[in-house]
Design a protein around this ligand. Structure first.
Ligand SMILES: Nc1nc(=O)c2c([nH]1)NC[C@@H]1CN(c3ccc(C(=O)N[C@@H](CCC(=O)O)C(=O)O)cc3)CN21
Ligand SMILES: CC(C)C(=O)C(=O)O
Ligand SMILES: [Mg+2]
Length: 275
């Protein structure tokens, strides 16, 4: 059965941990869904892991819609959340609602995510008012990479830690259904999780969150540009792929592929006539 934002809230209330992963295409979404994932995020991280940019800033609404449509078709049960990319919700609440609406209407997402806390409560309220559920995202928000001076842990000082707690409360008050906590100290994430009644989903935020999310290429060993400290390789699919590609290349080179069983037959009569 399709999971909803009510399923997420019920899981927090019952103390069941929520599992999320990113996906950017139909086949991967299908595999994650079959494995029983609760939620799939079509992250703007697709700019890095799918498109090869150095950060998420160049990702467009058209990129997001293209990938969200594919994921929506593969996610039978999982809740599909799509990221609002950089500059798609920063100009006005009107722009935010319009683009959130496109991710639902054209992409087939059930919810959207935006980066920001107290500074974006007007956008969260406006999108929620249009009946699109919003996931907040605070801590190390990658769209602010230039403002942070790199992908750096946030919330180690009292001032920033306090801001993160205030941001979480502001998001809940504005109607967000859930909050991603990225790259914040584990004990701060625990405090935030207790400070709000909506589920927190952590990435590099420790086990005290209500759920976890990872970029799937990271947990399958498929992306080697960097490996954040918070990543565990659950299966080395990257190594399997490299081996598979290498044996294909070798088989083509030595002529062992394709073999007879991979070919289509034609009657000798027909062939004779062609000579
Ligand atoms: N493949 C991938 N995985 C991600 O988790 C991810 C993306 N891409 N793209 C968007 C953002 C960027 N993220 C990142 C990127 C780098 C670090 C990183 O290198 N962190 C270091 C140092 C942190 C510090 O000490 O301040 C680490 O060791 O984890 C963390 C998160 C998380 N998101
Ligand atoms: C890492 C998650 C939370 C994200 O925002 C993304 O994949 O874009
Ligand atoms: Mg993102």
């Amino acid at each position: 059965m399709k999971k909803t934002i009510a399923t997420f809230q019920q899981m927090k209330d019952e103390g069941a941990r929520i599992s999320m992963l990113t996906a950017y295409d139909y086949s991967t979404a299908r595999l994650e869904d079959e494995a029983g994932i609760d939620g799939i995020l079509v992250g703007d991280s697709l700019g890095m892991v799918m498109l090869g940019y150095d950060d998420t800033l160049p990702v467009t609404m058209d990129d997001m819609i293209h990938h969200t449509r594919a994921v929506s078709r593969g996610a039978k049960d999982a809740l599909v959340v799509a990221d609002l990319p950089y500059m798609s919700y920063h100009l006005s609440t009107m722009q935010a609602v319009e683009n959130a609406g496109r991710l639902v209407k054209e992409g087939g997402a059930q919810a959207v995510k935006l980066e920001g806390g107290a500074a974006f409560v007007d956008e969260v309220r406006a999108i929620t008012r249009a009946s699109v559920p919003v996931m907040g995202h605070i801590g190390m928000t990658p769209q602010s990479v230039n403002a942070f001076g790199g992908f750096k842990v946030q919330g180690k000082s009292e001032a920033v830690a306090r801001q993160i707690i205030d941001d979480a409360r502001a998001l809940e008050e504005a109607g967000a259904f859930s909050i991603v906590l990225e790259c914040v100290p584990a004990k701060l994430a625990e405090l935030v999780t207790k400070a709000v009644s909506i589920p927190t989903i952590g990435i590099g935020a420790g086990a005290g969150c209500d759920g976890q999310i990872l970029v799937y290429q990271d947990m399958l060993g498929m992306y080697s540009n960097f490996t954040p400290k918070f990543v565990r390789t659950f299966a080395d699919v990257g190594a399997s792929m490299r081996e598979g590609f290498a044996s294909y290349i070798a088989a083509v080179q030595d002529g062992s592929f394709p073999a007879a069983e991979h070919t289509f037959a034609i009657s000798d009569d027909v062939i004779e006539k062609l000579y």
